[in-house]
Design a protein around this ligand. Structure first.
Ligand code: 6K6
Length: 143
């Protein structure tokens, strides 16, 4: 199974360590196409020369490569707690392409998920509190 994991990059990297743990769990089900989303050296600021193959990529090249991966994926899993334009864009395309897509939203006081995600009939949205709970939602979705 090819899994496309989506998480905030330029929208903010506070949850990057969590993305890495989710990606490691997803990797027990198949190939995660977007492992760099959890990489500690990918900052919100700009390009990361240490990612092999990504050095010197233009935004257009990143966009086209990621959309090719999205098209080739069997399932999309997005961590949507940190609002990200890129993740929202990827989810909209996933819905248009009829992909199975799971959105994981961490419950935090004073925050609520965008109605465009929470209200989309094409997305499976699950709230969670702990990492273990998020993994449980992934297991239910992918099994
Ligand atoms: C590294 C640091 C900043 O920019 C980079 C290189 N950019 C990206 N590399 C790979 N995927 C990207 C990049 N920028 C956005 N994406 C895709 O959009 C990922 O698949 C994420 O799921 C999503 C994040 O969007 P933003 O709007 O938070 O950046």
């Amino acid at each position: 199974m090819k899994i496309y994991f989506a998480g905030s990059i330029r929208g903010g990297r506070d949850d990057a360590p969590l993305y890495a743990r989710l990606i490691a769990h997803l990797a027990t089900f198949g190939e995660v196409l977007t492992e760099h989303v959890g990489a500690a050296d990918v900052t919100a600021a700009g390009e990361v020369p240490t990612i092999s193959g990504e050095e010197g990529m233009t935004d257009r090249e990143i966009h086209d490569r990621d959309l090719n991966w999205l098209e080739s994926s069997d399932a999309v899993v997005a961590e949507v707690t940190a609002p990200s334009l890129g993740v929202g864009y990827e989810l909209a395309l996933a819905v248009r392409e009829g992909k199975r897509a799971l959105c994981l939203f961490r419950l935090k006081e004073g925050t609520s998920l965008s109605a465009m995600i929470a209200g989309s009939p094409g997305l499976t949205v699950r709230e969670y509190g702990s990492f273990e709970e998020a993994c449980g939602h992934i297991d239910d979705f992918l099994r």
